[in-house]
Design a protein around this ligand. Structure first.
Ligand code: NAD
Ligand code: MG
Length: 399
């Protein structure tokens, strides 16, 4: 697809970390006189105050909250502005259906799946931050984007890095994708210490400032596991050729190795506004307010192999994608429930991976290998896995 100005923009999940970074990139373009865009729709889960503040500033046509009980508050907060409001899941889907040509998918978790599919099916370019979408329904999502005719523009920094250096004309000449991982806040911790880790410690990421769920995923390294599955859907490369490499400085955002031995990397400061700007202007470039990389200050780049014993989530993700079918969706759903329970103080840190593994095992025994091709199959697998994970959480609370 050739260059085209991104004039009409929707942000699904505008009040989150990625949503706010997206607005920051757009605002920066505005201060440089490059604001050739308008905002069609913004959505949030239930943060009406922030959503209304964003709406007053960026003047979208439509705003929606997923939580239906917040609809009256949203309407009141925007009374007299002429901005349309909506509430409930259907309203978020309506936001996705409005005619933006570039949609940032930045809802967290499988909750983002349906609205993202709506935007994809009508042909919008999808800037995809919401990796859980691809993990639980990779075939369904990539097919919807292909058939809709829009582009899949990866926002996740690793995939964005690979996207920038991947030779889509000769994927068979790619010998390896190397996904870099910071290692998270517990990179040097023992398993005993991790056993007592608190939510506050788990969300304190050394390099990146992110939402709570992905921060916990970084601490368990489930995030990198989900990214392995995400990469296998975005790039025409078998998962066996995708490796994970711990790189604590988060300067190299990922790499592609070709059969001639060349390794191409994308580098930058750990600031999501860079990959967001890349997807916004693709295939051209637009300025981002992120800090420039100062090599003198970085001084050294180091690398380690990941430790699958301390971080079993990496092993689980590899097993789930090897098994295929519903297993990645099951892993994702179990992890979402376990992370929420950990953040609520209901289970311990190491229980997150343990519960995910239990649910994978139980599902494997119940269903055997299963294929997955429709949204209904995904939603079924997701619901069953959530119920099993809730049982595991309850069993631990009772113990
Ligand atoms: P966040 O928690 O800060 O924001 C999530 C957004 O989704 C918010 O706007 C929230 O209102 C909305 N939301 C939450 N639950 C919802 C629901 N049930 N229905 C509708 N909307 C809902 O999360 P984040 O850190 O911005 O991450 C968003 C996505 O981007 C995640 O999938 C994450 O893995 C991915 N991602 C984030 C980063 C990062 O640096 N934050 C980097 C790479 C990928
Ligand atoms: Mg990432």
């Amino acid at each position: 697809r050739g260059a085209r100005a991104r004039r009409r923009i929707t942000i699904l999940g505008s009040t989150g970390s990625i949503g706010e970074s997206t607005l920051s990139v757009l605002e920066h373009a505005g201060t440089l006189g490059e604001a050739d865009f308008e905002i069609v729709a913004l959505t949030a889960n239930r943060n009406v105050e922030k959503l209304a503040e964003q709406a007053r500033k960026f003047r979208p046509e439509f705003v929606a909250v997923a939580d239906a009980s917040m609809g009256d508050d949203l309407k009141a907060a925007l009374a007299g502005t002429g901005i349309e409001t909506g509430a409930g899941e259907a309203a978020v889907e309506e936001a996705a259906l409005r005619d933006a040509d570039w949609v940032m998918a930045a809802i967290v978790g499988a909750a983002g799946l349906k609205p993202t599919l709506k935007a994809a099916a009508r042909g919008a370019d999808i800037a995809l931050a919401n990796k859980e979408c691809l993990v639980c329904a990779g075939e369904v999502v990539t097919k919807a984007i292909r058939e809709g005719g829009g582009a899949l523009l990866p926002v996740d920094s690793e995939h964005n890095a690979i996207f920038q250096v991947f030779d889509f004309d000769q994927p068979e000449r790619v010998s390896r994708l190397i996904l870099t991982a910071s290692g998270g806040p517990f990179r040097t911790w023992t398993r005993e210490a991790m056993g007592e880790a608190t939510p506050a410690q788990a969300v304190a990421h050394p390099n990146w400032s992110m939402g709570a769920k992905i921060s916990v995923d970084s601490a368990t390294m489930m995030n990198k596991g989900l990214e392995l599955i995400e990469a296998a859907h975005i790039f025409p490369v078998a998962h066996e050729k995708i490796e994970i490499l711990v790189h604590p400085q988060s300067v190299i955002h990922s790499m592609v190795e070709y059969v001639d031995g060349s390794v191409l990397a994308q580098l930058g400061t750990p600031d999501m506004r860079t990959p967001i700007a890349t997807t916004l202007a693709w295939p051209r470039r637009t300025p981002s307010p992120s800090e420039q990389l100062n090599f003198g200050k970085v001084s050294k780049l180091t690398f380690e192999d990941p430790d699958l014993v301390r971080f079993p989530a990496l092993r689980l993700a590899r097993e789930a994608i090897s098994a295929g079918g519903i297993m990645p969706a099951v892993l994702n759903a179990a992890n979402e429930i376990a992370v929420a329970a950990f953040l609520a103080g209901g289970i311990k840190f190491l229980d997150i991976a343990a519960i995910s593994e239990q649910v994978l095992e139980r599902t494997g025994r119940l269903n055997g290998p299963a294929s997955l091709s429709t949204l209904e199959e995904v939603m079924d697998a997701d619901a069953n896995a959530r119920a099993m994970a809730e049982e595991c959480v309850a069993a631990r609370a009772a113990a």
